[in-house]
Design a protein around this ligand. Structure first.
Ligand code: PLP
Length: 380
């Protein structure tokens, strides 16, 4: 079955009692048993809920995963993978990382005795060099936020397999439509379904997929034992959103290419970051590893540090907002929004400067999106 068909049908058979075509919101915490211990596979909704099961099956199929588990947020999903770690374990982390993930590692799991080392994973040798006898997990994002750097999942997957280290990939930016990390050698794929998968900026959620039964059992155990589950209504909204992921991603990408092309070479723009531009240092890797280049574009404006801030206040079609992946175009000024908590020297050394802007290019009319950028550049 093709991607677009799976997104609409997998896990979503007609409801057996009524024939309801759309998976209902099973807003129940418990299930009546016909005799003690005799039930239909559902006993308590922290453990299992039919609306959640439908979403888990659907997302697993999109990631070519045997098993899937849904969570209350992307952070709860990330946390569930980390629950397999114990004190003394070591994790190698790609350093251009979602801020909330850094906070979870640095402020929560570090206190439990797990050790984290951060490397520039766009060079696979850096990852190899950081692995020690205590390393249990490598945590990667590709493309990264906000600089859209890639790491080579095939190479890193193979070198980790050789050394018995598990690889988890946060695939939120690429989406399963453009990239399937498990097919490239990862052991876990993780999503914030809040972004492209939900796609309408109206619900928060997370997902973990794997092909390894042992790893799945560990994630499932912690999903139930820790309890970071999504409610049935959130699962329903995410399932409704994911049905259109294929058509949305095609539009996001088409518009992002147009935005990148418009910004590239514009006299007010110093540099554009987009894996689809031949000038991107990992354009060839992007072509090998992904089925498209995605809907996120970043750029650095020329001029003084106030210029990007002024631009961010001048846009009208774009909403100045954190988050990404919704149908609406969103603009982020990383230094004052998502990346403000990173110390200035570290931030700037990584290229996150005052004049950096990040566009989550939406699916409004392309002409309106470009015209908005044009008028905002003219205004500053
Ligand atoms: C948003 C995001 C997360 C966190 O997900 P939440 O659903 O907000 O908890 C993790 N990773 C990436 C890449 C994200 O963009």
């Amino acid at each position: 079955m093709e991607f677009a068909t799976k997104a609409i049908h997998v896990g979503q058979d007609a409801e057996p009692i009524t024939g309801a075509t759309i998976v209902p919101i099973f807003q129940t915490s418990t299930y009546t048993q016909s005799a003690p211990g005799v039930h239909k596979g559902y006993d308590y909704s922290r453990t299992v809920n039919p609306t959640r099961v439908a979403l888990e099956r659907c997302l697993a199929s999109l990631e070519n995963a045997e098993y899937g588990s849904c969570f209350a947020s992307g952070m709860a999903a990330t946390s569930a993978v980390c629950n397999m770690l114990s004190a003394g374990d070591h994790v190698v982390v790609g350093d251009d990382l979602y801020g909330g993930t850094f906070r979870l590692f640095d402020k929560v799991f570090k206190r439990y005795g797990v050790r984290f080392d951060y490397v520039d994973a766009s060079s696979s040798e850096n990852v190899a060099a950081a692995i020690t006898a205590a390393t249990k997990l490598v945590w990667l994002e590709t493309p990264t936020n906000p600089l859209l750097k890639l790491c080579d999942l095939r190479v890193i997957g193979a070198l980790c397999k050789e050394r018995g280290v598990r690889v988890a990939v946060d695939n939120t930016f690429a989406t399963p439509f453009l990239q399937n990390p498990l097919d490239l050698g990862a052991d876990f794929v993780v999503h914030s379904t809040t972004k492209y998968i939900g796609g309408h900026s109206d619900t928060v959620g997370g997902f973990v997929g794997t092909n390894d039964k042992t790893l799945h059992d560990i994630v499932k155990f912690h999903q139930n034992a820790v309890g970071g589950i999504p409610g049935p209504f959130d699962c329903f909204l995410t399932l409704r959103g994911v049905k259109t992921l294929a058509v949305r991603m095609r539009e996001h990408e088409r518009h992002a290419r147009a935005v990148a092309a418009y910004l590239d070479g514009h006299p007010s723009v110093e540099r554009v970051y987009y894996p689809g531009l031949p000038s991107h240092p990992q354009h060839e890797l992007a072509k090998r590893q992904m089925r498209g280049f995605g809907g996120m574009v970043s750029c650095v404006l020329k001029g003084g540090p106030a210029r990007a801030r002024a631009f961010a206040s001048a846009v009208r079609v774009f909403s100045l907002a954190e988050s990404l992946g919704g149908v609406e175009s969103l603009l982020c000024h990383p230094v004052s929004m998502t990346h403000g908590s990173i110390p200035k020297e570290i931030r700037e050394a990584r290229g996150v400067t005052d004049n950096l802007l990040r566009f989550s290019v939406g699916i409004e009319a392309e002409s309106d999106i470009i015209a908005d950028i044009e008028q905002a550049l003219a205004a500053v």
